[in-house]
Design a protein around this ligand. Sequence first.
Ligand code: PRX
Length: 691
Amino acid sequence: MPNGPKPLSDALETLSKGARSGLNRAPMTSPKAPSAGSALSSLLKEHRRFSPPAAFAERAHVGLREEYEKLYRESLESPEAFWRRETRDLVFRRSFTTALEWVLPHARWFVEAELNVSESCLDRHVSGGRKNKAALIWEAETGEVVTLTYAQLLREVEALSRGLRSLGVVAGDRVAIYMGMHPGAVVAMLACARVGAVHTVVFGGFAPEALRDRIADCGAKVVLTQDGALRRGKVVPLKRMVDEALTSPATSSVEHVVVLRRLAAEHPEGAITMVANRDHDWNTLCEQAREASSAPAVVPAEHPLFILYTSGSTGRPKGVLHTSAGYLAGVHVTSKYVFDLRDDDVYWCTADVGWVTGHSYIVYGPLSVGATCVLYEGAPNFPDWGRFWKLVERHGVTILYTAPTAIRAFMRAGREWPDGHDLSSLRLLGSVGEPINPEAWIWYREVIGRERCPIVDTWWQTETGSILLVTLPGAVDAKPGSTGLPFFGVEPDIVDKTGAPIANGAGGLLVLKRPWPSMLRTVWGDDERFRRQYFGEIEGVYFTGDGARRDEDGYYWVVGRIDDVLNVAGHRIGTAEIESALVSHPLVVEAAAVGRPDELKGQALVVFVTVRQGVTVTPPLAEELAEHVGQCLGKFAKPDAVRFTDALPKTRSGKIMRRLLKDVAAGRESTGDMSTLEDFSVLARLRAEEE
Ligand code: PRX
């Protein structure tokens, strides 16, 4: 890696400047954007409160503030009673006597329980009256719709579990899933769970190199994929990308590739070749495996359910490990209370199954409560900016869960798109992935929710598995830009780097003081990294990597990452990964990646690059380097700007001072301590270049 981790002290300095750095705080300038009054607000001066609408609260699972408080108190004071009651709908083949065993930093939840997660998501509904209820409503980008009932989904999952078993997959084996937004991806995850295999879903937007690294890290035995997915009318050739990833000796653990045919004959560009003795057609495999068992493998509570790779501040992505009973409990209870799901809802989470939001709130959470979930294959603006609203109208979506970056893009596109559709089915709106600026929040409420729908701004992470901060929609007032109060069983705090609590109103580090059921258990293959990263910074507590403050009402306001992790359009990107990709280019000597506040994406990715001596820097070279990063990691990680410099600002001990580069990228003056900067002229030259 080109650069070492950033010390916490640097990070804190950044945090104290958080308000000024203006993450998401720039008012939307689009003329079509929000009403005049709301555009003037700023996060730190935000005083508006919105009470749960009476009609919503009346029917809600938790309809009163006192009820929330009572349940919250119980969840902290009598966790065992709380979790025993709240998990009673789940199928535990053997129940637990010990709710939690906590040997810092390792938690074991529902210790003696035995289960198979797929039974709670499927079998219990099929035998419990939801057999013919729609589990998934899939809309292809082409507009074609396929609905799978709970009984049909179970049949598909059983068929693929037989197929997996016929390939020799047993409990504990790792299976990589590299698919688009297709019901097959949901089937794939649940079939792995059914046989006890540990899935690792790799977002279909990742490049073959990134897929290769993830397969190599977890030693996957099987890859489940599809010939291609459709995005903006074009084919994403997933199977061909798998072929490319598997040319590397690092992926020699892979014995089989199973390919679902999604593309019809009208897409010849998605044509694939099948490798003999390795590749299997999904349907043929399932048919041929009719004799194999589809019985759920009953596993212990702490049996690994999945690994999901996410970016950290240093090194390669980490394989966040989630286990069975605790994860299921976390996503089940939050789905029920945060989205207030009931049997007549049509719920749509717009995330991709390749990210944690898709895992927890497209698949495991909503299916565990028996919801009907919409799954959409394509882009939000294809063929035009009305697509989302057309989907809401067409399927009668009642609950919509999306990201601030999408909301801001819709604001910019103009309210005529949503205004042209009947959105009266909506009753609840959710936001996730990054801080939502109050302007976008108000627009979401007025233009999409028509002032009728409560908004839940949900804070959580890949590592937390489920939502931890939120205002319950029927019970607690929402404040635009605040993620609200702790969910049941969650004990957050704002502290300084020594762990000392920080007074309300001031900025600090967001930590979690006690374990919760869906927390990550370790980093796959690197428990030391798990300890260091999450429990090594501040003694005795889980450190989130986020800066935040708590107001006088106990509401949390998350500012964003304070480590070297960027949040670009809701995608978590490690600066270290970007820098590694850049220095792998033959002309690059050194690189530093930083975020710049961006009206649409929250943060834009800016890279500073030093090239080999004698190389002439030109705009085409900048484009080539940006393209190179896109090829190494995936298009979503392509830098927004490449800036050449003959040197990077460093401390005397050789550490790149990213804080200063951030200021340069944002075009603002640097304040704070610069006494460690080795060569002031570097900074001066970078600034001069701007003028
Ligand atoms: O910085 C926080 C931000 O996203 C990070 C987690 O990213 P990831 O693991 O990719 O998971 C995203 C989806 C859960 C957090 O550390 N974040 C997530 N939700 C919010 C948020 N920041 C502010 N408000 C949120 N609601």
